[in-house]
Design a protein around this ligand. Sequence first.
Ligand code: AMP
Length: 544
Amino acid sequence: MRGLMMDDPLLISGMIEYAAQNHGYQEIVSRSVEGPIHRYTYADAYGRIKQLANALERLGVRIGDRVATVAWNGYRHFELYYGVSGIGAVCHTINPRLFPEQIVYIIDHAADRFIFVDLTFVPLIEAVQDKLPALEGVIVMTDAAHMPETSLANAYCYEDLIGAEEQDFAWPQFDENTASSLCYTSGTTGNPKGALYSHRSTVLHTMFVCATDGFGVSNGTVILPAVPMFHVNAWGLAYAATMYGAKLVLPGMGYDGQSMYELLDEEKVTMTAGVPTIWLMLLDYLKKESKDLPHLKSAGIGGAAAPLSMIEAFEDDYGVRVHHAWGMTEMSPVGTTAHLNARIAGLPKQERRAYQQKQGREVWGVKLKILDDEGNELPRDGKAFGELAVRGPWVIDSYFENEDASQTQFTDDGWFLTGDVATLDAEGHMQIVDRSKDVIKSGGEWISTIDLENAAVGYPGVAEAAVIGLPHPKWDERPLLIVVKTQDADITGEEILEFLSDKIARWWMPDDVVFADELPHTATGKIAKIPLRETYKDHKLPTA
Ligand code: AMP
């Protein structure tokens, strides 16, 4: 028997319509690409989003068409999230940090009809436009006064385009499973793979992000997404702010410590989230300039493991609660958040911290399990580790038009294989041990490069650390620690190893330490292990 309830579709347009009606007064503040801080309200944004929807339809954009963006975190990008998806088209956010060949590949693969670009990225599209014959037009996200001289074949000015339209638009109603947005993963090998989200998955993911045990978003929250809107929809924070009418602060292209601090302070931001690299820059700036964070209450850390030293610095030095989180492009992206359950919240600090370092708890909505090499489920005892597999309403069930990847990344019974190696305990706490490709196999046992890196950055003078496995005649592989020093630090490899000696198992101790000026990073800010392995492939370990 079917329940007698309304089948009211969960649509992205409904979120912004609700926001304009119920908290139209609330502010959206952006550091604009042109320079000044831009301020307006959800009500103002909604009027312009309806103008944009009219403009898109006038350009001939129809339901299911792909419309791309190459843009920083700003108000026009926010408008595109709602305008494009609202009319039933697919908002394809492109990561400008990808290689130009990858950008050409994904624009072509997605069959994008139009691209909206920030001024910064006009040269990027100019350079590749010859390779994109199907592209019908490029809209530069600025006003007439800032419109650049450009070789783009079909260039439009954003403000002129939407300025010509009415602020009146009736949002189409359609099946909530309709595609809403598209993100490509920046895979380190092979071509990027597309995750195609739906309106339903986006709205459900937003509800989870807002929940108290998600990122805890309410009307009184002031959110600064320190993760780019071109990286998995800024972890859903631009949707979350809208759903509950939080004040939204968009940092434009200012991710350095000073720019971050200025917005956190001046806009009285209470909640932020981003990758550890961003927080390293902020913490370094705060320390050097003796600044404080009186308004900030919580910082989400994800995308890569949060080192204990970072959790301690936020909490003990600045009174900011850290919420470690884990997820993937394929998961919209949030899969787990490390809110402490009632039992652990009452434990002494050091015991609590051990749980805060884990990537979080299984939440309602995303099911987790760990598998051995034969695909058998491993026990939830916090010790056994294996490949993490997931299922849930905001997890992809196949890649966008990529049969090969869809064949290999899923189990026969429909679980998505994350490629992460993890442990899981009886209360649902999940801890990432490593990427399956990065874990070091030494003497038949595994060494977690993440644990070693996190321990090493705890030593004063270590700015960043990476661990890779090098071939070893006796043990198969042994760890090499590569360290970037903080400015003016005078430290030696022996000192770092001495520091590690009571923090890790003895046989995990790196066989050698080398210093580098910088580490290579992927397009999403993670340490890029493949180029590191290439650089150090001939490095001779003293033990080999
Ligand atoms: P992306 O799809 O670019 O968001 O990358 C997803 C991958 O980032 C995951 O599969 C993990 O390997 C890694 N990752 C994300 N969050 C964390 C975290 N908190 N700790 C460790 N690794 C993480």
